[in-house]
Design a protein around this ligand. Structure first.
Ligand SMILES: [Zn+2]
Length: 112
């Protein structure tokens, strides 16, 4: 009895789950390499690409571990605040299209 091919992930759009199995081995390997490069491009943000808003202070950029973490202090925007900027807070930055998206990950213990 012939074996069934592996099921496509249910998250995959139909044009991929139908189109990808029709490709030959070399095209699938090229696709695999390209997907790895795309993921790296999205999640590996160079420190030079990090832009901050006025009043923000970046204290650390960690590019290890396949993701880019940024530690920064941010102002709250209140006129009468004497403790601005606040933080430091940790963010994970990734790329969507040509934009950087910041995911807030919480406060960071101050280090000496
Ligand atoms: Zn403040």
């Amino acid at each position: 009895m012939a074996r069934d091919p592996p099921d496509a992930p249910s998250s995959l759009p139909q044009y991929l789950s139908e189109g990808v199995p029709k490709q030959d081995d070399q095209t699938l390997r090229d696709l695999q390499t390209w997907i790895d490069e795309l993921l790296k491009y999205r999640h590996d943000i160079a420190a030079e690409e990090i832009e901050t808003a006025e009043g923000e202070t970046v204290t650390d950029v960690d590019e290890s571990g396949g993701t880019t973490s940024v530690i920064k202090k941010v102002p709250c925007g209140k006129d009468a605040c004497s403790t601005c900027p606040h933080g430091p807070y940790r963010y994970e930055v990734h790329r969507e299209g040509d934009k950087l998206v910041w995911d807030y990950k919480g406060p960071v213990e101050a280090q000496d």
